[in-house]
Design a protein around this ligand. Sequence first.
Ligand code: NCD
Ligand code: ZN
Length: 352
Amino acid sequence: MIQTLTITRPDDWHLHLRDGAMLEGILPETARDFGRAIVMPNLVPPVVTAKDAAAYRARIMAAMPAGAGFVPLMTLYLTETTDAEDVAAAHASGLITAVKLYPAGATTNSDSGVANFDRVQGVLERMAEIGLPLCVHGEVTDPSVDIFDREAVFIDRVLDPLRRRVPELRVVMEHITTADGVAYVMAHDERLGATITTHHLIINRNDLLVGGIKPHYYCLPIAKREEHRVALVAAATSGDKRFFLGTDSAPHTDPNKESACGCAGVFSATNTMSCLAHVFENASALDKLEGFTSLHGPAFYGLAPNTDKITLTKHADAQAFPDKIKTGAGDVTVFNPGFPLHWTTTPPTFRS
Ligand code: NCD
Ligand code: ZN
């Protein structure tokens, strides 16, 4: 029996689009299913000023496949020298939707991130005044903290003090990976939201490490124990409006992943909606999928949901998806959930 589910077109509240040939190669993968995405600013060099963001948006629009109605929502990369006036003007003109905080050295291309939080206090206060959200990569970079504990320690050492110092600031804890992250969000009000990735709903650290290291499952924050994955699935499928989809789809070429020092990042743009339909169906929560992918995110950001729809169809047979996306920068391996995918999205075309 064919089962279908029609939902408001989803958005991706955390996405890496890169630049140049990589951007051109992978943009269609997101533009096919998604209406909008929060575009991460961790280019080399990063997107720091309004001028940088305007130029990057123009490059994304130039790479847009014909007929795609996809809208990139731009962000600025917060540094210790970010100018509050530049941020406020970029927000007022509609150019940016959020500012991104990377602790210095936390992940791919985060060398320009914040080490001394006193230096960004003024910008954060201004953002709170104008209602501009801060997206936070929630991991400490202290080398003495174990990589599997970095999110939980970040909550205590950085996030909670930061939110106390600027209580009106709207904050997104991005790509949460732990039961600690879920509990922290649930203990606070609607000024705090959290994104959850597709892959963290599916893989745990055994999938990454047991039976041979799987470079295409390596990302930051790193996948945690099974009990944490279970807590993430419970949060995503709960219907709680504070949790919404941010795929963190982050393409790297195969040689850069399959290396003695492989890059962090999972590329899931291509099959995210199929994977999520599977996860939500398994949790008997298909009725909660639309909230997670299409409604909670816009509500947090004060935006209207997309007006058009996509239809998900469940097929009796497993549906093939490409192993790799070929780009001018090199091949990018698509996230393999490790189970057959029976759901597809239709129409698998760009909206007009
Ligand atoms: C991201 C990337 O490759 O840009 N990698 C990742 O593992 N998630 C950076 C990030 O968002 O942390
Ligand atoms: Zn990311």
